[in-house]
Design a protein around this ligand. Structure first.
Ligand code: EPS
Length: 374
């Protein structure tokens, strides 16, 4: 399976094409739109989310609620395009009034302008914007529905917001509680402290990032590869998570902590208890680049939003004069959305790895092959 996306933040629409889905996968559109609504919610979001009400339109690949086996095309229209068409039209338009030259530290602006020979950062930021993640979440929901039909589930929560930690140890079933909170934390004390922190940063014209955890339950062993490094499941998952705008770090299982512990403290011993079992899961469900049948545990760090209302120092791209980085409106914290997007990125990788191994023209074929695996 393969996902391709297109679209600019203030352009007409965001688009996705998912290729390689088997026929007869039931598609629940309400769940796609539910995921989109979640991505738009969360404490600390900016004014843009009041303009957009993301809804996915299915343009191809589905008939009567089931996939046909043909490419599935998704579209989310940008409501804000109405206010931007004079500047964003593909025909003649006003290219100067919304130009950005006070390049923003932490964004793609400067490197993108130099790379693509642009004198207006708008030609870079429109695509680099995290707005693109809306369509990835919609497509992620398709991948999640494919996995769910095989008994594989994905969930997650926010562990940390700008230094405020949720130190709880949660079972998979408890993770859903995070979706009913403002910042995605489960411990109410941590959530309250984190919301206070975000409010204080907002008053100071500053921003916050955080750390999220995503888990996969029900994936059998052997997905990924120990034969080719690019096909290692952990390498693919890390790549997908790092591919999210603002991601700065990824861990699998105990991750960086494993570098400071001994072998006895890190590796998960194997027991045979009616099947091969582990009593610990420090590896995060992946050994030798393959799933080992335990829960997959991934963490990703999001840097603070790089558009600060009290802008950072920069140099104007054209005049080279010292300036304050451009800012009109922005999120203060988008960690809740980042967690939803991280689940979508994980769903894409796991679904692709599963489909590569199982093949199958129909969902029934795929399900039968999955059931036969040890
Ligand atoms: C973003 C800047 C803001 C965010 C946007 C990501 O958009 P605008 O420039 O229109 O205010 O709101 O995120 C979304 C629109 C979204 O749907 O998540 C950026 O620079 O990445």
């Amino acid at each position: 399976m393969k996902l391709t996306t297109a679209g600019e933040s203030h352009g007409k629409a965001l688009l996705a094409i998912v290729e390689g889905l088997p026929a007869h996968l039931k598609i629940d559109k309400a769940k796609i739109n539910g995921a989109l609504a979640l991505r738009q919610s969360g404490f600390g979001r900016g004014a843009r989310q009041k303009i957009e009400k993301d809804e996915a339109e299915i343009l191809s690949g589905v008939r009567g609620g089931e996939t046909l086996g043909s490419p599935l095309a998704l579209c989310i229209r940008n409501r804000d395009y109405e206010s931007w068409k004079a500047y964003m039209s593909d025909g003649e338009c006003d290219l100067s009034s919304r130009a950005v030259t006070r390049v923003r530290p932490g964004h793609a602006d400067l490197s993108g302008m130099l790379k693509y020979g642009q004198s207006d950062a708008r030609n870079i930021l429109e695509r680099a914007s995290a707005r693109e993640t809306a369509i990835r979440v919609a497509a992620g929901e398709i991948f999640r529905q494919y996995l769910s039909a095989l008994g594989v589930e994905i969930a997650g929560y926010v562990r940390e917001v700008c230094g405020v930690k949720d130190g709880g140890r949660y079972a998979f079933n408890e993770l859903a509680a995070s979706k009913k909170t403002g910042l995605g934390m489960i411990d109410p004390e941590a959530e309250r402290a984190a919301e206070e922190k975000v409010s204080a940063l907002k008053s100071a014209g500053d921003t916050a990032g955080g750390v999220v955890e995503v888990r996969v339950r029900g994936l059998k062993s052997g997905f990924g590869s120990c034969m080719t490094y690019a096909d290692k499941l952990d390498a693919r998952l890390a790549g997908a998570l790092m591919g999210i705008q603002a991601a700065k770090g990824v861990e699998v299982g105990i991750g960086f902590e494993s570098g400071s512990l001994s072998g006895k403290e890190v590796h998960d011993e194997i027991f045979y208890e009616g099947g091969f079992r582990r009593r610990t899961n420090r590896a995060g469900g992946i050994e030798g680049g393959m799933s080992n049948g335990e829960e997959i545990v991934l963490r990703a760090a999001m840097k603070p939003i790089p558009t600060l209302m009290k802008g950072l120092k920069t140099a104007d791209f054209l005049t080279h004069e010292e300036a304050v980085a451009a800012s009109e409106r922005s999120d203060v914290c988008a960690i809740f959305a980042f967690e939803i997007i991280a689940e979508a990125a994980v769903a894409e990788v796991i679904a692709c790895a599963v489909a590569e191994r199982l093949g199958g023209d129909t969902m029934a074929e795929a399900a039968e092959r999955y059931a036969r695996l040890p």
